[in-house]
Design a protein. Structure first.
Length: 114
C-alpha cells in the first residue's frame, strides 16, 4: 500500500511539472486558452471597435458623377434609367447643379460637365 501511495505521489509531481512546462510554452507562443500567471498579471482590456459612418451620397452627387463621366452628354432619360430616380428628382437636382455651375446644357435635356 505504501509503495502504491509513493508511486501516485510521484505521478502527481510529474504531472505538475508537465503542466508548468505546457504553461510556459503557451506563454511563449502567446496561445489564448488557459489563464497563466503571466496572463493573469496583465489583464487585457477589450478594444472598442471603431465604427466609421458611411458617407451618404446625395442625388446631386450621383447625377453629377454620371454626367462627368460622359464626354458627349447625358440625357434626362438616360439619367432616369441609370439612377432609377423619378423625373421631378432629376429636374430638381439638375437645376441645383446648373446653379452651382457644375454642369451645362448642350441641348434640350442633354447635359455635360461644365
Amino acid at each position: 500500500m505504501k509503495a502504491m501511495k509513493r508511486e501516485l505521489q510521484s505521478v502527481v509531481k510529474n504531472l505538475k511539472l508537465i503542466a508548468e512546462k505546457v504553461e510556459k510554452i503557451e506563454a511563449k507562443l502567446n496561445i489564448p486558452g488557459k489563464a497563466t500567471e503571466e496572463n493573469k498579471a496583465a489583464p487585457v482590456s477589450p478594444k472598442k471597435a471603431v465604427v466609421k459612418k458611411a458617407a451618404k451620397v446625395t442625388a446631386s452627387q450621383t447625377l453629377y458623377a454620371i454626367i462627368a463621366r460622359s464626354k458627349k452628354g447625358v440625357s434626362s432619360a438616360t439619367l432616369k434609367k441609370k439612377t432609377g430616380f423619378n423625373d421631378q428628382k432629376i429636374r430638381d437636382n439638375i437645376y441645383r447643379l446648373r446653379k452651382q455651375n457644375k454642369i451645362e446644357s448642350i441641348d434640350k435635356g442633354v447635359y455635360i460637365k461644365a
